[in-house]
Design a protein around this ligand. Sequence first.
Ligand code: ADP
Ligand code: MG
Length: 707
Amino acid sequence: MDTILDRPIQYLPGIGQKRAETLAAEIGVETFGDLLMHIPFRYVDRSKIYPIAQLNDEMATQFVQVRARVVDMGIIGHGPKARLSLVVSDDTGEMEVVWFRGVRYVMKKLEVGREYIFFGRPTMFNGTPNMVHPEFEPPIVVEGQEPVGMQGIYSTTERLSSMGLGTRAIYNAMRTLWGVVKDNIPETLPSYLLASEGLVTRAQALHDIHFPASAEALNAAMRRLKFEELFVIQLQLLGQRRVRTEKSQGYLMPKIGGYFNMFYHENLPFALTAAQQRVVKEIRGDMISGHQMNRLMQGDVGSGKTIVALLCVLIAADNGFQSAIMAPTEILATQHYRSIVEMVETTGLKVELLTGSTRKKKREEIAEGLLSGEINLLIGTHALIEDGVQFSRLGFVVIDEQHRFGVMQRAKLRLKNQEMPPHVLVMTATPIPRTLAMTLYGDLDVSVIDELPPGRKPIHTSHARESHRLRLFGFLREQIERGRQVYIVYPLIQESEKMDVANLEAGAEVIAREFPPPKYTSVVVHGKMPAKLKDYGMELFKEGKAQILISTTVIEVGVNVPNATVMVIESAERFGLSQLHQLRGRVGRGGEQSYCILMTGDKLTTEARHRMEAMVSTTDGFRLSELDLQLRGAGDIDGTAQSGQGIEIKVSNLAKDGEILEYARSVAEGVLAEDPALAEERNALLREALERLGRQKKVELDLSQIS
Ligand code: ADP
Ligand code: MG
């Protein structure tokens, strides 16, 4: 059923076809309803006029209004470089106003001697205030527009501005739109919820978010829209989880038998931390619940997730089930394979490794062993989910470093057992702040290993620049003298891969010169090398035959060399906080004091500097991920983020709206507790809301993008 809100935006007076196309292309606004949801990212007090004399440098980031008379106006320069320059003045001083684009168009609208209100961001130039491309209008109340206190600032783009759709023009379009749609805004939340949660109606909220009469009205509007957005998502996630836990059947694995006991009592190389014990119990609870497990195990790098997974693999084997562990890279899969084989050797557990480079003959052998049930545990990369790989009784699946895998791949792995889906344990070292976890993984159960094995010394982190390089080399020599090993990591991003590899190779040459053989051995490892060479290099380093490992981020995940105590990260400003933290986690694994050195260029953006400061100030991954979210949240103008369900979050800001998210979740829990299927008449609107959500374009979430 089409409503006025579905009407194409080109039919809004003043828009037309051309602007409509640009609106769609630039900010995704196609309909009246879309424009209505283009909400301001900020508000300014339009009733306040600043005297020119009060303008100063600190205002450069904010919008202000100046009421001033045009004293002089003229075009300076010519051709494409021509600019329009105005001198305007009020009783307190003079200001220069400049346009670089639309020069003639603007000039026609202005008159020397007349007074205007200029609205823009002031900067100071040689002590004189300056405003570039302000919006302006004569100081009269336009008919139909009440004098406004707060006015929304709408995000726009260069292209839209050049077509006459700057923030002020969008505001005016919104005015027009509101006149057309105001009596046709359907309510989307049940009235009983509006009453119990003290929310304003949707129509009221949309009016007040665009045209707030007061700060209170604006707050009430925000609260209503954010609540609704987060509430509906939580309703969906909790609903899915309910279906899964109540309807889905899962294998029962009640037995604790020979594999587990033999390992736990005789081969366990250390005592489990309390957190590890707790998580093993939580997983075991799922294994005997009769429902399929879908659990996320979160634990900082080095917190010991592998052993937890392995203990559960042994329980599965005790109950006659096969397990699979899927890792994101061949190096990591191989490492898991080796360390696990070593640990379980005496228990008789049959473990195999399957990766892209497994030979055909071996593959066939594995295929047979899987079908006969002889293989208890298969470890591998994506190769595990290829169609040819078939298990006889797959009961437990572990996915390491979840953010490297898409949702689709996870689903595919789950289908490896036609009879009943196996239990799934997803492990991630990406510490996700609580608010984000609730949105991303609201449909999963979450276990957290919030404790590191005893005896670890906090890693000492410092930030250094090129001028410190000689000192750095001296420090590395000192560490190597003591028998320690060093990682040097270079960034690698696809777009500039060639240059990055070149940087790495140049760096490796410098190292080879500074640390010459035979006294020193350094190895280079990167993703573009043949697997054989890569493995050989890694092997030298692991065995302590090489003291320096120079690599791209291939070693980012999972590599474990306890004797390595120094992590040097080159061009550290190019890494995100979470990546830096992951890399740092490669050291500090033994009993020795470890170090992380962040090398950066001299010039850093404010944001990059904050990242370095954050790294230096804490080693707590959860704290860092919260800082990360804040840093990004702050730079993220409209707070748009994608939830794990591929739903766009338009109004809320996950970095800041944690409280309202938790609240919305608890209300959603309450609603579902009373009416699990939302079948009651009073929840009809909620059913519709979920249907709308389901129709939204799904975007595959790539956690590596947010982490
Ligand atoms: P991650 O959670 O990063 O995957 P790992 O499972 O690789 O961590 O464990 C990191 C290191 O800590 C390994 O060398 C592992 O053997 C060791 N480890 C794990 N649990 C404990 C423990 N309870 N006590 C001591 N060392 C442990
Ligand atoms: Mg790991």
